[in-house]
Design a protein around this ligand. Structure first.
Ligand code: DCP
Ligand code: CA
Length: 360
């Protein structure tokens, strides 16, 4: 199951000061340039009814709430983190395996403890909701499914205070009509490309030949999208930190010192590493390349980026740079090469969106 706290920062503010509960509440990241410059971090559902959304400029949110008795607050990360830590500790107790994926979201593998029975999973979810409500005064939305992909989409479908259970036999009918943007891993850009291919729903995606997807997205992403459209996902629930790095290694077609040949293969590997990252919703901070030479000696080079990113382009650039330097330093042909990213962080797919917005 995926547990996602509702309008988290804003709801945490409501808990701290219940008198604002009846008003639109907008939590903001003030940039400090002018009094109203910055972006909306999140808003309660009352404010959302006026069209206020995460990422929106504060001045726009104020315009939408003109003449309304609304509350604008500045983010208080320390406070939200404390609330989150307590809830996550409680959720961890309720799971066979636990994976936090953001400040307010976590996957719980409960398969063994509910004996793979969806009714029992549903009861467990209700208990969890009551406990969070009772101890922290917060509502959450929970999705239950045969795997992480379906659980996540199920949690998103009914908010706030929702509980949606999708059994294996319901997966197809559940996913088919959903807009393509609700598929995990389909961000804004990918959505545009899907739409331009006439793919509007997850069902449409399921009907596209995987070969055709290969041509547009490359083999690894295409395989992911194809499987995902059928609700197939084998990614295990794992504690953050269990996968400290993601790597791929491959043998070159021929032993070579030709930079272009090496980079061609490296780009494939980077693509696979990146697809894995996207699927796990991670960013990386460092990049390494590895080379096994014809004499079987092993060499590696790494670099740390200025900030974490999830961009394939940044990975490609670093890998090219590292491999070019390595070829310069070594005089024998290469037999195998590897690409690795490390310094993985989770939560920040959202934060990255916000940061990008603030700098655009
Ligand atoms: N967040 C942010 N900037 C964004 C999106 C989110 O700062 N662009 C922060 C504030 C949110 C928290 O992350 O409270 C969790 O994000 P969610 O996407 O889960 O959104 P909410 O919890 O606010 O709302 P929902 O009820 O839709 O889950
Ligand atoms: Ca949330």
């Amino acid at each position: 199951m995926l547990v996602d706290l509702d309008y988290f920062f804003a709801q945490a503010e409501e808990v701290r000061d219940p008198s604002i509960r009846t008003k639109p509440v907008v939590v903001c990241v003030y940039s400090g340039r002018t009094a109203d410059s910055g972006a909306v971090s999140t808003a309660n559902y009352l404010a959302r009814r006026y069209g206020v959304k995460s990422g929106m400029p504060i001045f726009l949110a104020k315009r939408k709430l003109e003449n309304v008795d609304a509350v604008f607050l500045s983010v208080d990360h320390d406070y939200y983190e404390n609330v989150s830590d307590r809830i996550m500790a409680m959720l961890r107790e309720r799971a066979d395996a636990f994976e936090q994926v953001g400040i307010d979201e976590a996957f719980l593998d409960v398969s063994s403890r509910v004996e793979r029975d969806f009714d029992k999973a549903n009861l467990l979810a209700q208990e969890i909701r009551q406990e969070i409500r009772w101890k922290e005064g917060l509502t959450c939305s929970i999705g239950i499914g045969p795997n992480k992909l379906v659980a996540k989409i199920a949690a998103d479908i009914r908010k706030p205070d929702g509980l949606t259970t999708i059994r294996l036999e319901q997966v197809h009918d559940f996913l088919s009509p959903l807009p393509i943007g609700s598929l995990i891993g389909v961000g804004k850009k990918t959505k545009e490309r899907m739409l331009s291919l006439g793919i509007r729903t997850i069902g449409d995606l399921a009907r596209v030949d995987v070969q055709a997807l290969n041509e547009v997205f490359g083999r690894t992403l295409a395989t992911y999208f194809h499987d995902a459209s059928f609700g197939i996902d084998e990614d295990p629930v794992r504690e953050a930190g269990e996968a400290e790095s993601i790597s791929r290694i491959a043998t070159l077609k021929d032993d070579t010192r030709d930079l272009k040949a090496v980079l061609d293969r490296a780009r494939d590997l980077s693509g696979e590493v990146h697809a894995d990252l996207v699927q796990r919703g991670k960013m990386f901070r460092s990049v390494s390349v590895l080379a096994v030479m014809v004499d079987m000696s092993v060499h590696s080079r790494s670099k740390t980026l200025e900030e974490s990113t999830s961009e394939l382009e940044a990975l490609n650039v670093s890998v090219e740079d590292l491999l070019a330097r390595m070829l310069d330093d070594l005089d024998r042909p290469l037999r195998r090469i590897g690409v690795k990213v490390a310094g993985l962080s989770s939560a920040d797919v959202k934060q990255e969106r916000l940061t990008k917005f603030l700098h655009s």
